[in-house]
Design a protein around this ligand. Structure first.
Ligand SMILES: NC(=O)c1ccc[n+]([C@@H]2O[C@H](COP(=O)([O-])OP(=O)(O)OC[C@H]3O[C@@H](n4cnc5c(N)ncnc54)[C@H](O)[C@@H]3O)[C@@H](O)[C@H]2O)c1
Length: 280
């Protein structure tokens, strides 16, 4: 059983993963370089837990216990745990640097899991000091609710690490699927055309984004592609689109859209900036 985890990056995913872990009784350190983001994550977790109390899903005592399992830090030296889960920006060099820094201060069995949506675990491993202890652990958004976790085995990942992460997923009440280290793993590969084709419809003037969303929702999808991109974050979705496109040899059908690029340049990242395709 995993006793302690450290989640790096307190944004959309990191704060959800930290809450899910604390709710499962795992001692969790949530780390971000940006104190403002960290404070926002703390407030949002507190609000989520309060709402569970109001809905009588947990008691006040349980809420206190969950909060007692959480700590928040901007100091890298506090990031000591059995498992480190990074959920920072989707840039390989940032993830590699973070894991290498943390390897210096953690014990010799600490596991380094990346929540990357699209970067190759095997490629990250090539520049990380203890590649056999590195794997992918890809949660879905919102991490407190979504059950699926893709556990990704890189070329050098030790089998015991896969077992430990599959076990951790179970501990967090999630369902783990072990995946090969392929571009976009499974879900992001399947989902890519959903976004790209919807963006093409808008680019070609066939329909506006709200109409596309409304029709997809009417045909049974839980969220239209534009609402979903706003939930994910348009910066993250664009980075994943580019990464999957490049890794698959630039197929025309998966070419990222200029609309995505424009949204990122304008800082209209979706829910997290209160403006994306929609206003929040
Ligand atoms: N958004 C999604 O729906 C989703 C789903 C699954 C996986 N992911 C993956 O999770 C990761 C994070 O995505 P997100 O949407 O939570 O991003 P986000 O932009 O909401 O949050 C990223 C956070 O990382 C922090 N950060 C950046 N560099 C850091 C560093 N070196 N050390 C500590 N903190 C640092 C930033 O301050 C920011 O708060 C990405 O790899 C993404 O591909 C995202």
């Amino acid at each position: 059983m995993v006793q302690t985890i450290c989640v790096c990056g307190a944004g959309t995913m990191g704060s959800g993963i930290a809450q899910a872990a604390a709710q499962s009784g795992v001692y969790t350190v949530l780390f971000d370089l940006n104190n403002e983001v960290l404070q926002k994550a703390e407030a949002s977790i507190e609000q989520n837990l309060q709402s569970l109390v109001t809905k009588q899903k947990i008691s006040e005592a349980q809420k206190r216990e969950i909060s007692g399992h959480l700590s928040f830090t901007t100091d890298l030296n506090n990031c000591i745990a059995d498992v480190i889960i990074e959920a920072i920006i989707e840039k390989p060099e940032a993830k590699i640097a973070l894991f290498n820094q943390l390897a210096e201060i953690n014990h010799s069995e600490t596991i380094f899991a990346s929540n990357t949506s699209s970067l190759s675990i095997s490629q990250l491993q090539q520049k990380i000091k203890h590649p056999e202890r590195v794997a992918g652990m890809h949660f879905f958004n919102p991490a407190t609710i979504m059950k699926l976790v893709e556990v990704v085995k890189g070329e050098q990942t030790n089998e015991t690490v896969i077992d430990a992460l599959t076990g951790l997923a179970k501990q967090l009440n999630k369902v783990a699927v072990v995946c090969k280290d392929a571009p976009g793993f499974i879900v992001n590969r399947v989902a890519r055309p959903y976004y790209i084709e919807a963006l093409k419809l808008v680019e070609d003037g066939v329909a506006d984004f709200a109409t596309v969303d409304a029709l997809m929702e009417a045909s049974g999808f839980k969220m239209g592609p534009f609402k979903l991109m706003d939930l994910i974050g348009n910066d993250i979705n664009y980075a994943v689109s580019c990464s999957v496109y490049e890794q698959l040899g630039k197929p025309e059908r998966l070419k990222p859209s200029s609309i995505q690029k424009e949204k990122v340049e304008k800082g209209e990242l979706g829910r997290k900036t209160k403006k994306g395709y929609y206003d929040y």
